[in-house]
Design a protein around this ligand. Structure first.
Ligand code: PLP
Length: 489
């Protein structure tokens, strides 16, 4: 995180914890500079970020104040609907229509969920597919059934241990991508009608899984700078019988935010007190721009309640569909569900990835991948700063390949999406990331593609569309954060 983001996160914490009350005046820029030893521009950018997120409002010549929006953010948990009034989720139609529109390969893929296929070591993988498959015994069709190829599970287990997460490969079940790992984990710990806590904004597949399994969701806000709101989670835990949580602790999709280790520990403790399983989606874990891979919440799990899900789809081989869940006490249950649903992950694909992890130079590839994606982020930031007006703000993540953009409240991201597609540009509009179709003035952008003039022009196109009256929604009167009232759905 940049210095101004850290500063904004600290100030946001003061506000959200109630240390600074709604309406109270915040320290002046001069006081912030003196207290935190930061430059004027850092102090200003921190306040700007807080203002854009709805936590702070500025008054000319008077300074900065805690905004009424912040009050609503704090009290969202206590204003949730009672369980009996819960509505089910209906997100799929919206998501499919947006994803379908972005399928055309000629479209500038800013709304895509995938990184560029050019970033993967496809030739070396082909060799691993040949070598790995050649060494398979005919018995592998039986022996590699769930929990999966033993070599692959051991390699995955070693990567956990190597990054400071002491788990055994016995907990690892190989799946068809992380998406299946997440879905099986959810099925393992819920029954129809149960309540699941999800992030808002959050990955739409969580909402689709909840919709499909006839569950109900309570949305917990994710702030683009400070991440999951643990105060609201605490209120939700008091208020509802929550059967499971489905959260991303690192490089969250769509905001890109990563929880601090302190927050991860607190989250794990809060859930452990009530024996609530956490389905931890950590698919972007390897795409970190700092020195080390951030720890997952799983690193702090002493009870085996965390099902840590990930895959090789984002870093190595999306088409092989190899993922896994390190499922703690639920490993047997997940394994059975895997056998009962899709039986097994592809056996040649498992052998290929196992061979690649042993001989292919995965670490070297990851270093190169991280460098490329980080430089793509820098190019996107330059382009955003060049083309977009000052009243648009965005996050600068420390990993993954998504950033989250917030426009002024009158901008309608769905209309922007429709006009952008017509002009050959895809974006992911904010409403697909929440059950209540909130975040109407936000979009997610993908920087997982090598930077080109086409992408720079795509950002310019977005800027041009912003002045079109069709994207200006006169009825919208609140920001994404002020309007965001997480309720049971
Ligand atoms: C947050 C998140 N989780 C899970 C997945 C699914 O991963 P996989 O392709 O390994 O199934 C995606 C893919 O877009 C994702 O963005």
């Amino acid at each position: 995180m940049k210095r101004y983001e850290i500063l904004a996160a600290e100030l946001a914490d003061d506000i959200q914890s109630g240390r600074v009350a709604v309406g109270a005046r915040l320290p002046s820029l001069r006081q912030i500079i003196a207290r935190h030893g930061v430059s004027q521009s850092t102090a200003f950018r921190a306040y700007y970020l807080l203002e854009e997120s709805g936590l702070v409002r500025s008054e000319e010549r008077s300074g900065f104040f805690v905004a009424p929006g912040a009050e609503r953010m704090e009290s969202v948990g206590s204003t949730s609907m009672p369980l009996a009034d819960a509505t089910k989720i209906q997100i799929s139609d919206l998501v499919f229509s947006v994803l379908d529109a972005a399928k055309d390969p000629g479209i500038a893929p800013l709304g895509s969920a995938f990184p560029s296929p050019e970033l993967f070591p496809n030739a070396r993988l082909l060799k691993s597919l040949t070598d790995g498959t050649r060494s398979l015994s005919p018995w592998s069709t039986v022996s590699d059934l769930p929990p999966g190829n033993d070599q692959l599970r051991r390699q995955i287990g070693m990567r956990y241990v190597g990054s400071g997460v002491p788990v055994s490969h016995d907990e690892v079940v190989v799946t068809n991508g992380a998406l299946e790992a997440l879905n099986l984990s959810l099925m393992a710990v819920t029954r129809p009608g149960d309540v699941v806590a999800v992030e808002s904004p959050g990955f739409y597949a969580a909402l689709q899984a909840i919709e499909r399994l006839d569950l109900r969701a309570v949305e917990i806000p994710v702030h683009p700078v400070t991440g999951l709101d643990l105060n609201v989670l605490a209120t939700a835990l008091e208020k509802y019988t929550i059967s499971a949580c489905w959260f991303m602790t690192n490089f969250q999709n769509p905001t890109g935010v990563t929880l601090s280790n302190e927050k991860k520990k607190t989250l794990v403790e809060m859930l452990a007190q009530r024996d609530i399983p956490l389905i931890e989606d950590d698919v972007y874990q390897e795409i970190h721009f700092g020195r080390e891979r951030p720890l997952p919440a799983k690193a702090f799990d002493s009870k085996g309640l965390i099902m840590h899900c990930s895959s090789f789809s984002k870093t190595l081989a999306p088409g092989h569909r190899i993922g896994w869940v390190c499922a703690g006490m639920f490993a047997d249950r997940v394994q059975r569900l895997k056998l009962m649903t899709t039986l097994s992950a592809s056996i040649p694909a498992q052998a290929c990835i196992a061979n690649y992890l042993q001989h292919g130079g995965y670490e070297k590839h990851l270093r190169k991948l991280r460098t490329s994606i980080r430089s793509q982020l820098a190019s996107m930031e330059d382009s955003l700063a060049r083309w977009l007006p000052d009243n648009v703000s965005w996050t600068i993540p420390s990993g993954g390949y998504f950033l989250w953009l917030q426009f002024p409240v009158e901008i309608d991201a769905m209309a922007l999406h429709a006009l952008a597609i017509d002009r050959g540009v895809s974006i992911a509009p904010g409403p697909i990331f929440s059950a209540s179709h909130s975040f109407k003035n936000c979009i997610r952008l993908n920087f997982g593609h090598p930077w080109t003039t086409k992408l720079d022009n795509a950002i310019r196109t977005i800027c041009e569309i912003l002045v079109d009256p069709a994207v200006r929604n006169s009825s919208s009167g609140s920001s994404a954060w002020a309007e965001h009232t997480p309720t049971l759905r």
